[in-house]
Design a protein around this ligand. Sequence first.
Ligand SMILES: C[S@@+](CC[C@H](N)C(=O)[O-])C[C@H]1O[C@@H](n2cnc3c(N)ncnc32)[C@H](O)[C@@H]1O
Length: 334
Amino acid sequence: MLDTDLLHAVDVAILRRRGLVERLLREGTDCFRVFHGVAEGAPGLAIDRYGPLLLIQTWRAPLSHDDAETLSAHVQQALGLPLHCVANHRIGPGKFGAHMPTEAALQEHVCKEGGLSFLVQARHRGQDPWLYLDLRQGRAAVRNLAKNRAVLNLFAYTCGVGVTAAAHGALESINVDFAQTALAVGQNNAEKNNIRGARFSTVASDCIPILRQLAGKPVLRRGREFRFVKFAPRPFDLVFLDPPRWAKGPFGAVDVARDYASLFKPCVLTLAEGGIVIATNHVPEVSATDFASQLRRIAEKAGRPLKELDLLPVDEDFPAFDGSPPLKVAVCRV
Ligand SMILES: C[S@@+](CC[C@H](N)C(=O)[O-])C[C@H]1O[C@@H](n2cnc3c(N)ncnc32)[C@H](O)[C@@H]1O
């Protein structure tokens, strides 16, 4: 049985988002976080709307089929929208948990952001949804900055950033990720938005050798069998750097908390004069102020001091009532 306190917390969250949802609809956006449990009274639960799909995710207690359906019906009524529903449990055995969605709910759907179309499928090979909603402000910045720029999108996943750049006039949008399946979704996202030809491309590669080549450094690897894509250092106008918190591979580790320099330095080095790096940090323990000073220090040491650094605001569907949102997005101009 679902707790009435939970349903009440969901109602409060929906009321709190009224202004945001109206603004998003005006911007041609129909995807947003309906309930951010970690900050709104139910840690381990998140509810997202992606166009026609309601995606419920749990990380602690899984929902029974009936509870998922009850929660979904409650949200649909509060939003005044009929939606397909899928509830996924993200932890432990029994992939996805007890909810048995309809066939229609499990199909690929399209959601909209800023008038662009993005594919979503609630259950796929990976676990994360195909569009990260908390990065909305990052993509909005790209919408404003991409025109006539050469864009490099690192850790691209399903290319939300790269598609946004190409759709907003980027001269080229190069998207790098080692997950070929995610890049394939990115290619489909590009096609959905009528982006064709060489100005949008994907590179299936570990980002570490790409970053080292951009910095003019030799690529180190654990064994010769690990091949890497050759990437000549060249200028980019806009680099989007959105690494996971930690990941280990044959070319070394991505470690955002301990070694942001090895990621950020090559990005500033590759920038054309007046170019921009949009850099993210998902580590909750790193404050926005510390992240900003770290970026300034790294750029200074690399000989490309930052002329401007703006931290992007976080939208109200990812509230952090302690004032410290886990995701920091910094727009850095050299
Ligand atoms: C936080 S997601 C990035 C989200 C993405 N920027 C977006 O806009 O949706 C992290 C991505 O990094 C990729 N990844 C992790 N380590 C990597 C590495 N060393 N080289 C290339 N890709 C990597 C994962 O496959 C995943 O797609």
